[in-house]
Ligand binder design. Structure first.
Ligand code: GDP
Ligand code: IMO
Ligand code: MG
Length: 428
């Protein structure tokens, strides 16, 4: 069995944690390939709720080996507090593997994230403030600190000094902040080295060998397609590639090994932070979606912006990720509306546009063209098969499938593991 990718089809928070956990029992490895602790993935197991930020959701499945790939950025203090939290709840985390090539989020990356946002004022991105962008910037600028650097003090010191050289000029002269002392940073980073050591591995070799041995590898994306640095709503994006290609670069597994790419798709749309959002609802419907859907950020606690389903976005996700199928989540949240509007196309400067425009200006001007689908009032949270759903809910799912360009293989009707209607096996 080759590799599968599971990723967000919209702006994140689609329910990737739940979907990954659901598959965790049937796969050998779950790999995070990008992002860092900007992610917040919720997993509900029985009456227990877990919020994972950096750790792959497979960590909750005893038979599964969780892997943090080279494309991820790691804040060691967050990693350890997450591990401690899970250990206290009886979760065995000893199988975790971490790529020695993953980059470290240093304290100065977090500082730069925060001061940059403050400096941008009204033009801010609304980042999670976790140092994600500055850490990836350092990686691309070739002044990043990698996990393996923690095991060579002299190299680490040279690298931290090099990274801080320019930053301290900026911090003191532009942002009016105090300079950061390289020695202190090195000292802090070295305190993490020994605890990290048992987890550090050549994950590229290991994952490729596992695939050669017919093991099942599941890649779990952070964020979502429209937050992708290349394919998202730039500049209102994160600084990595959540889209399917990122699973290859962020893990060292080649594209020929991937047989399935599953897009996690919410039955409506949400977004956290700034940026365009054509179907956003600033009225009581938006408030109702937020309340019923519990749309509050797992990482920052911010209210999520809510809106109706946007079909051009789903089609775009199908295209840029080569999606083979969708897992439609949170259908239960839509119970109770007489009619449910779905955005089928946009009106941009008086013209009907069927697909997501590549131009940022056009997307900012896009007004949704809605089709109203009939709603349902029956409780669907106990539905186990597609046939258990009310006719109008079935029709809603089918309409979304027709508009989105890939089959819907599973439907979420609640946050729990068993609150899922599986239409096609994910592991066929
Ligand atoms: P992720 O970042 O993609 O993993 O998603 P989040 O965990 O940030 O947000 C998804 C939220 O929806 C979490 O609170 C989940 O427990 C919850 N959830 C996932 N699937 C469903 C579903 O089908 N129905 C309902 N009602 N909640 C769901
Ligand atoms: P999961 O994995 C939703 C958003 C932030 C901000 C932008 C850039 O739970 O779906 P960053 O800190 O990454 O530089 O912020 O990206 N963002 C998310 N929004 N879900 C996430 O993760 C997100 N991770 C980052 O709100 O708009
Ligand atoms: Mg989330």
């Amino acid at each position: 069995m080759p590799a599968l990718v599971l990723l967000g089809a919209q702006w994140g928070d689609e329910g990737k944690g739940k979907a990954t956990d659901l598959l965790g029992g049937s796969v050998d490895y779950v790999v995070r390939y990008q992002g860092g602790n900007n992610a917040g993935h919720t997993v509900v197991v029985g009456d227990q709720k877990y919020a994972l930020h950096l750790l792959p959701s497979g960590i909750l499945s005893p038979g599964c080996t969780p892997v943090i790939g080279n494309g991820v950025v790691i804040d060691p203090s967050v990693l350890f507090s997450e591990l401690n939290g899970l250990n206290e709840r009886g979760v065995d985390t000893s199988k975790l593997l971490i790529s020695g090539n993953a980059h470290i989020i240093t304290p100065y990356n977090v500082t730069v994230d925060k001061v940059t946002e403050r400096f941008l004022g009204k033009r801010k991105i609304g980042t999670t403030g976790r140092g994600i962008g500055p850490t990836y910037a350092d990686k691309i600028n070739r002044v990043g600190i990698r996990v393996q650097d923690l095991y060579d003090e002299s190299i680490l010191t040279q690298k931290v000094e090099a990274a801080l050289d320019g930053k301290n000029q900026l911090l003191t002269k532009v942002f009016n902040r105090r300079a950061i002392e390289a020695g202190q940073v090195v000292e802090e980073l070295l305190t993490y080295a020994e605890r990290l050591r048992p987890y550090v591995a050549d994950t590229v070799l290991l994952l490729n060998k596992a695939l050669d041995d017919d093991k099942v590898v599941l890649f779990e994306g952070g964020q979502g397609t429209l937050l992708d640095i290349d394919h998202g709503t730039y500049p209102f994006v994160t600084s990595s590639n959540p889209t399917a290609g990122g699973a290859c670069t962020g893990s060292g597994v080649g594209p020929t090994k991937i047989s399935r790419v599953i897009g996690i798709l919410k039955a409506y749309t949400t977004r956290v932070g700034a940026g365009p959002f054509p179907t956003e609802l600033l009225d009581e419907d938006g408030e109702a979606l937020r309340r019923i859907g519990g749309e509050r950020g797992v990482t920052t606690g911010r209210d999520r912006r809510c809106g109706w389903f946007d079909a051009p976005i789903a089609r775009y996700a199908t295209r840029v990720n080569g999606l083979t199928d969708f897992f439609l989540t949170k259908l239960d949240v839509l119970t109770g509306w007489d009619e449910i509007p779905v955005c089928v196309a946009y009106e941009i400067d008086g013209k009907r546009v069927e697909e997501l425009p590549y131009s940022q200006t056009d997307f900012h001007h896009a007004k949704p063209i809605y089709e109203n689908l009939p709603g349902w009032s029956e409780d669907i949270t106990k539905a186990k098969t597609f046939a258990d759903l009310p006719k109008n809910a079935q029709a809603y799912v089918k309409a979304l499938e027709d508009m989105s360009g890939a089959p819907i293989s599973a439907i979420g009707v609640g946050p729990g593991r068993d609150e899922t209607i599986e239409i096609n096996s994910f592991l066929r």
